[in-house]
Design a protein around this ligand. Structure first.
Ligand SMILES: NC(=O)c1ccc[n+]([C@@H]2O[C@H](COP(=O)([O-])OP(=O)(O)OC[C@H]3O[C@@H](n4cnc5c(N)ncnc54)[C@H](OP(=O)(O)O)[C@@H]3O)[C@@H](O)[C@H]2O)c1
Length: 275
Protein backbone atom coordinates (compact mmCIF):
# COMPACT_ATOMS: atom_id res chain seq x y z
CA UNK A 1 0.00 0.00 0.00
CA UNK A 2 3.05 2.30 0.18
CA UNK A 3 2.03 5.72 1.40
CA UNK A 4 -1.64 4.79 1.67
CA UNK A 5 -3.93 3.02 4.13
CA UNK A 6 -7.16 1.17 3.47
CA UNK A 7 -10.30 2.62 5.01
CA UNK A 8 -12.35 -0.10 6.75
CA UNK A 9 -15.01 2.18 8.26
CA UNK A 10 -17.13 4.18 7.51
CA UNK A 11 -16.31 3.89 3.76
CA UNK A 12 -14.84 0.38 3.38
CA UNK A 13 -12.44 -0.17 0.50
CA UNK A 14 -11.29 3.41 -0.09
CA UNK A 15 -7.55 4.04 -0.19
CA UNK A 16 -6.45 7.12 1.74
CA UNK A 17 -3.08 8.86 1.93
CA UNK A 18 -1.48 8.27 5.31
CA UNK A 19 -0.03 11.77 5.23
CA UNK A 20 -2.59 14.25 6.59
CA UNK A 21 -5.05 11.45 7.44
CA UNK A 22 -5.54 12.96 10.91
CA UNK A 23 -4.65 16.54 10.07
CA UNK A 24 -8.15 17.74 9.25
CA UNK A 25 -9.93 15.54 11.77
CA UNK A 26 -10.97 18.38 14.09
CA UNK A 27 -11.66 20.98 11.42
CA UNK A 28 -15.44 20.72 11.75
CA UNK A 29 -15.53 21.57 15.46
CA UNK A 30 -17.37 24.82 16.18
CA UNK A 31 -15.03 27.68 17.07
CA UNK A 32 -16.83 28.41 20.34
CA UNK A 33 -18.06 26.06 23.03
CA UNK A 34 -16.24 23.85 25.51
CA UNK A 35 -12.75 22.45 24.87
CA UNK A 36 -12.59 19.21 22.90
CA UNK A 37 -10.19 16.78 24.62
CA UNK A 38 -8.64 13.93 22.67
CA UNK A 39 -5.95 11.35 23.27
CA UNK A 40 -3.95 8.84 21.26
CA UNK A 41 -2.25 5.50 21.99
CA UNK A 42 -0.42 2.79 20.19
CA UNK A 43 -0.84 -0.67 21.71
CA UNK A 44 -0.04 -4.26 20.86
CA UNK A 45 -2.77 -6.82 20.28
CA UNK A 46 -2.39 -7.84 23.91
CA UNK A 47 -3.00 -4.27 25.03
CA UNK A 48 0.54 -3.23 26.03
CA UNK A 49 1.45 0.44 25.54
CA UNK A 50 4.72 0.30 27.50
CA UNK A 51 7.15 -2.28 28.88
CA UNK A 52 10.19 -1.90 31.15
CA UNK A 53 13.10 -0.13 29.44
CA UNK A 54 16.48 -1.87 29.18
CA UNK A 55 17.63 -0.27 32.48
CA UNK A 56 14.33 -1.45 34.06
CA UNK A 57 14.00 1.89 35.92
CA UNK A 58 11.22 3.13 33.71
CA UNK A 59 8.71 2.00 31.12
CA UNK A 60 8.90 2.89 27.44
CA UNK A 61 6.90 2.32 24.28
CA UNK A 62 8.31 -1.00 22.96
CA UNK A 63 10.37 -0.64 19.75
CA UNK A 64 8.39 -3.59 18.32
CA UNK A 65 5.30 -1.37 18.06
CA UNK A 66 6.69 2.19 17.77
CA UNK A 67 6.89 3.23 14.10
CA UNK A 68 7.23 6.34 11.92
CA UNK A 69 3.79 6.03 10.35
CA UNK A 70 1.96 6.09 13.68
CA UNK A 71 4.35 8.85 14.87
CA UNK A 72 3.36 10.99 11.91
CA UNK A 73 -0.31 10.73 12.93
CA UNK A 74 0.62 11.51 16.56
CA UNK A 75 2.28 14.72 15.31
CA UNK A 76 -0.70 15.60 13.10
CA UNK A 77 -2.97 15.44 16.15
CA UNK A 78 -0.55 17.68 18.05
CA UNK A 79 -0.46 20.16 15.17
CA UNK A 80 -4.17 20.83 15.69
CA UNK A 81 -3.92 21.38 19.45
CA UNK A 82 -3.76 24.66 21.29
CA UNK A 83 -2.92 22.85 24.54
CA UNK A 84 -1.15 19.56 25.37
CA UNK A 85 -1.78 17.63 28.58
CA UNK A 86 1.25 15.76 29.88
CA UNK A 87 2.38 14.51 33.29
CA UNK A 88 4.98 15.14 35.99
CA UNK A 89 6.47 11.81 34.99
CA UNK A 90 7.36 13.16 31.54
CA UNK A 91 9.53 15.92 33.03
CA UNK A 92 11.22 13.58 35.52
CA UNK A 93 12.13 11.24 32.68
CA UNK A 94 13.34 14.19 30.64
CA UNK A 95 15.65 15.14 33.52
CA UNK A 96 17.05 11.60 33.48
CA UNK A 97 17.55 12.04 29.71
CA UNK A 98 15.44 8.95 29.14
CA UNK A 99 12.79 10.66 27.08
CA UNK A 100 13.36 10.03 23.41
CA UNK A 101 11.54 13.03 22.01
CA UNK A 102 10.60 16.60 22.87
CA UNK A 103 6.98 17.51 23.33
CA UNK A 104 5.28 18.01 19.97
CA UNK A 105 5.02 19.55 17.50
CA UNK A 106 8.41 18.01 16.56
CA UNK A 107 11.15 20.29 15.24
CA UNK A 108 12.40 17.64 12.78
CA UNK A 109 12.33 18.61 9.09
CA UNK A 110 9.77 15.91 8.38
CA UNK A 111 7.27 17.97 10.40
CA UNK A 112 8.05 21.32 8.73
CA UNK A 113 4.71 21.06 6.91
CA UNK A 114 2.81 20.66 10.19
CA UNK A 115 4.43 23.70 11.78
CA UNK A 116 3.70 25.67 8.58
CA UNK A 117 0.10 24.41 8.72
CA UNK A 118 -0.25 25.83 12.24
CA UNK A 119 1.00 29.21 11.04
CA UNK A 120 -1.47 29.14 8.12
CA UNK A 121 -4.30 28.41 10.54
CA UNK A 122 -3.33 31.38 12.72
CA UNK A 123 -2.33 29.10 15.61
CA UNK A 124 0.63 29.83 17.88
CA UNK A 125 3.86 28.16 16.68
CA UNK A 126 3.54 25.48 19.37
CA UNK A 127 0.72 24.32 21.65
CA UNK A 128 0.86 25.38 25.31
CA UNK A 129 1.48 22.71 27.94
CA UNK A 130 -0.55 21.56 30.98
CA UNK A 131 1.17 19.21 33.43
CA UNK A 132 -0.89 16.92 35.67
CA UNK A 133 0.94 16.28 38.94
CA UNK A 134 0.08 15.30 42.50
CA UNK A 135 3.67 14.91 43.75
CA UNK A 136 4.81 18.25 42.23
CA UNK A 137 8.14 16.53 41.76
CA UNK A 138 9.02 18.37 38.55
CA UNK A 139 12.67 19.30 37.91
CA UNK A 140 12.72 23.05 37.22
CA UNK A 141 15.48 22.87 34.62
CA UNK A 142 13.35 20.68 32.36
CA UNK A 143 10.85 23.54 31.95
CA UNK A 144 13.45 25.86 30.41
CA UNK A 145 13.16 24.22 27.00
CA UNK A 146 9.49 25.27 26.86
CA UNK A 147 9.86 28.95 27.87
CA UNK A 148 8.20 29.96 24.58
CA UNK A 149 4.93 28.28 25.60
CA UNK A 150 2.45 28.94 28.42
CA UNK A 151 2.97 26.26 31.08
CA UNK A 152 0.19 25.20 33.44
CA UNK A 153 0.48 23.02 36.51
CA UNK A 154 -2.77 21.17 37.17
CA UNK A 155 -3.22 19.70 40.65
CA UNK A 156 -5.91 19.13 43.26
CA UNK A 157 -6.57 21.86 45.86
CA UNK A 158 -4.51 20.04 48.51
CA UNK A 159 -1.24 20.27 46.56
CA UNK A 160 1.85 21.02 48.67
CA UNK A 161 2.02 24.81 48.96
CA UNK A 162 5.84 25.05 49.24
CA UNK A 163 6.41 22.97 46.10
CA UNK A 164 3.67 24.92 44.38
CA UNK A 165 5.37 28.21 45.22
CA UNK A 166 8.66 26.90 43.86
CA UNK A 167 7.13 25.88 40.54
CA UNK A 168 4.94 28.91 40.04
CA UNK A 169 7.44 31.50 41.38
CA UNK A 170 8.96 33.78 38.77
CA UNK A 171 5.93 33.10 36.58
CA UNK A 172 7.37 29.77 35.42
CA UNK A 173 4.09 27.88 35.64
CA UNK A 174 0.50 29.00 36.12
CA UNK A 175 -1.50 26.94 38.60
CA UNK A 176 -4.94 25.43 38.06
CA UNK A 177 -6.58 23.64 41.02
CA UNK A 178 -9.05 20.96 39.95
CA UNK A 179 -10.62 18.81 42.66
CA UNK A 180 -10.61 18.82 46.47
CA UNK A 181 -7.79 16.31 47.10
CA UNK A 182 -4.10 16.36 46.10
CA UNK A 183 -4.80 14.64 42.77
CA UNK A 184 -6.66 16.17 39.84
CA UNK A 185 -10.40 15.54 39.56
CA UNK A 186 -11.08 16.29 35.90
CA UNK A 187 -14.81 16.91 36.25
CA UNK A 188 -14.19 20.68 36.39
CA UNK A 189 -11.27 20.72 33.96
CA UNK A 190 -13.14 21.84 30.85
CA UNK A 191 -14.60 24.81 32.69
CA UNK A 192 -11.09 26.01 33.62
CA UNK A 193 -9.73 25.46 30.12
CA UNK A 194 -12.71 27.14 28.49
CA UNK A 195 -12.14 30.24 30.66
CA UNK A 196 -8.61 30.30 29.22
CA UNK A 197 -10.07 30.03 25.68
CA UNK A 198 -8.49 26.63 24.90
CA UNK A 199 -10.41 24.75 22.25
CA UNK A 200 -8.46 21.67 21.13
CA UNK A 201 -6.69 19.85 23.92
CA UNK A 202 -4.48 16.85 23.20
CA UNK A 203 -3.73 14.53 26.14
CA UNK A 204 -0.41 12.80 25.48
CA UNK A 205 0.25 11.45 28.98
CA UNK A 206 -0.28 7.86 30.06
CA UNK A 207 -2.83 5.57 31.68
CA UNK A 208 -3.49 7.39 35.00
CA UNK A 209 -4.06 10.70 33.26
CA UNK A 210 -6.39 9.04 30.75
CA UNK A 211 -8.28 7.40 33.62
CA UNK A 212 -8.58 10.78 35.34
CA UNK A 213 -10.00 12.34 32.17
CA UNK A 214 -12.44 9.49 31.52
CA UNK A 215 -13.68 9.38 35.11
CA UNK A 216 -14.21 13.14 35.02
CA UNK A 217 -16.24 12.76 31.81
CA UNK A 218 -13.69 14.95 30.06
CA UNK A 219 -12.53 12.72 27.17
CA UNK A 220 -14.22 13.36 23.82
CA UNK A 221 -12.23 11.22 21.42
CA UNK A 222 -9.70 8.39 21.51
CA UNK A 223 -7.31 7.65 18.65
CA UNK A 224 -6.06 4.10 19.03
CA UNK A 225 -3.54 2.30 16.86
CA UNK A 226 -3.27 -1.45 17.34
CA UNK A 227 -0.01 -3.03 16.12
CA UNK A 228 -0.84 -6.56 15.07
CA UNK A 229 1.62 -8.37 17.31
CA UNK A 230 1.77 -9.89 20.77
CA UNK A 231 4.32 -8.63 23.31
CA UNK A 232 3.54 -10.57 26.50
CA UNK A 233 5.45 -9.50 29.60
CA UNK A 234 4.34 -9.45 33.23
CA UNK A 235 5.15 -5.81 33.92
CA UNK A 236 3.43 -3.51 31.46
CA UNK A 237 1.22 -0.45 31.05
CA UNK A 238 -2.09 -0.55 29.29
CA UNK A 239 -3.80 2.66 28.29
CA UNK A 240 -6.25 3.18 31.17
CA UNK A 241 -5.23 2.55 34.76
CA UNK A 242 -7.39 3.19 37.83
CA UNK A 243 -10.59 2.12 39.54
CA UNK A 244 -13.10 0.16 37.45
CA UNK A 245 -15.19 2.51 35.33
CA UNK A 246 -18.82 1.97 36.26
CA UNK A 247 -20.81 2.17 34.13
CA UNK A 248 -18.43 1.27 31.31
CA UNK A 249 -17.57 4.25 29.14
CA UNK A 250 -19.01 3.88 25.64
CA UNK A 251 -16.78 5.06 22.78
CA UNK A 252 -18.50 4.31 19.45
CA UNK A 253 -16.27 3.69 16.43
CA UNK A 254 -15.96 6.74 14.15
CA UNK A 255 -13.36 5.48 11.67
CA UNK A 256 -10.88 2.65 11.12
CA UNK A 257 -7.97 2.22 8.71
CA UNK A 258 -5.69 -0.72 7.87
CA UNK A 259 -1.99 -0.01 7.41
CA UNK A 260 -0.12 -3.06 6.11
CA UNK A 261 3.31 -1.30 5.98
CA UNK A 262 4.20 -0.96 9.66
CA UNK A 263 5.28 -2.40 11.99
CA UNK A 264 7.17 -4.65 9.56
CA UNK A 265 5.65 -8.07 9.15
CA UNK A 266 2.40 -7.41 11.03
CA UNK A 267 0.82 -4.07 10.13
CA UNK A 268 -1.57 -2.05 12.26
CA UNK A 269 -5.14 -0.77 12.44
CA UNK A 270 -5.80 2.85 13.27
CA UNK A 271 -9.14 3.47 14.93
CA UNK A 272 -10.96 6.60 16.04
CA UNK A 273 -13.54 6.31 18.84
CA UNK A 274 -15.85 8.74 20.59
CA UNK A 275 -17.47 11.77 19.04
N1 LIG B 1 2.06 3.62 23.63
C1 LIG B 1 1.57 4.83 23.81
O1 LIG B 1 0.86 5.34 22.93
C2 LIG B 1 1.85 5.60 25.06
C3 LIG B 1 1.23 6.84 25.27
C4 LIG B 1 1.47 7.52 26.47
C5 LIG B 1 2.33 6.98 27.41
N2 LIG B 1 2.93 5.79 27.14
C6 LIG B 1 3.85 5.18 28.13
O2 LIG B 1 3.09 4.81 29.25
C7 LIG B 1 3.96 4.80 30.38
C8 LIG B 1 3.29 5.47 31.52
O3 LIG B 1 3.14 6.86 31.23
P1 LIG B 1 2.97 7.94 32.35
O4 LIG B 1 3.74 7.52 33.57
O5 LIG B 1 3.18 9.30 31.81
O6 LIG B 1 1.44 7.82 32.63
P2 LIG B 1 0.42 8.27 33.72
O7 LIG B 1 0.23 7.08 34.58
O8 LIG B 1 -0.78 8.80 33.06
O9 LIG B 1 1.07 9.50 34.43
C9 LIG B 1 1.85 9.42 35.52
C10 LIG B 1 1.90 10.72 36.24
O10 LIG B 1 0.86 11.65 35.88
C11 LIG B 1 0.43 12.37 37.03
N3 LIG B 1 -0.99 12.08 37.24
C12 LIG B 1 -1.74 11.09 36.71
N4 LIG B 1 -3.01 11.20 37.13
C13 LIG B 1 -3.05 12.28 37.95
C14 LIG B 1 -4.07 12.92 38.70
N5 LIG B 1 -5.34 12.46 38.71
N6 LIG B 1 -3.74 14.00 39.44
C15 LIG B 1 -2.48 14.46 39.45
N7 LIG B 1 -1.47 13.92 38.76
C16 LIG B 1 -1.76 12.85 38.02
C17 LIG B 1 1.27 11.85 38.18
O11 LIG B 1 2.38 12.71 38.27
P3 LIG B 1 3.17 12.93 39.64
O12 LIG B 1 3.90 11.64 39.89
O13 LIG B 1 4.07 14.08 39.31
O14 LIG B 1 2.18 13.20 40.72
C18 LIG B 1 1.69 10.47 37.69
O15 LIG B 1 2.89 10.01 38.26
C19 LIG B 1 5.25 5.48 29.95
O16 LIG B 1 6.21 4.49 29.77
C20 LIG B 1 4.91 6.13 28.63
O17 LIG B 1 6.02 6.15 27.75
C21 LIG B 1 2.70 5.09 26.01
Amino acid sequence: MGDQVLELFPHPGQRRDLKNLYLDQLASLPEDGPPFIYSNYIASLDGRIALPAADRHSHQVPPAIANDRDWRLFQELAAQADLLITSGRYFRQAADAETQSELPVGQAREFDDLRAWRRDQGLRPQPDIAVFSASLDIPLQTLEHYRDRRLFLITGKQADSDKLAELTGDGRMEHIACGDGAAVDASGLKRHLQALAYRRVYAIAGPSVLHTLVSGNALDRLYHTTAHCLLGGKEFDTFVWGEALQPAVALPLLAMYLDTEAPPGCGQTMAVYGR
